[in-house]
Design a binder for this molecule. Sequence first.
Ligand SMILES: [Zn+2]
Length: 190
Amino acid sequence: MRRERSPWPPTATVFHVSLVLLLYPAANQPGEACAAAADAEGTSPDTLILCRACGHELAVGTSIHFVPSRLALSSRNDTLLGGRRVTVQLFENPHGLQFEVVTFRKADVTPHWPASDHFSWFQGFSWTVATCPRCKAHLGWAFQPSDWPDTISQTKFEESDHTFLALITHRLLREDFASSLLVTPKSFMS
Ligand SMILES: [Zn+2]
């Protein structure tokens, strides 16, 4: 990865970040919901990541791949089902909007080329908007090396080890958490 000084240092102070927590600590999540499906395939339980708007399956937890950025305003750790550690980074765009993202090696999203290297959060990488292939919701951004052509094929993007995705946590949903929403705890009933 190329390391370059950015003309855009994120200097804004974070006063308040109101974000729906996607990645709850796993401590109080027994995870029966995923365990049954995972056991049927003989694999260890893992977390499915869904589009919050439509429920489309975007990725599995094992696709999460931390790509650190010095342009992140802050970062925090979370734990997925099965004890997988996940780093969530907070970024700000040139319009002052802030996004908490998790980076994935692979995910079923649609990049919209041509890519741009303006204000990229990951130095040496250009970005495109990435949307849900089913409902078209904006889920985050796809990153590819800046020295690549601005427009590439979906196949080249998907087959390369040099591409990744940064998806917005509050536009995603964990499958085990979604399952828990189907049951209303007695303590919440009046
Ligand atoms: Zn969707």
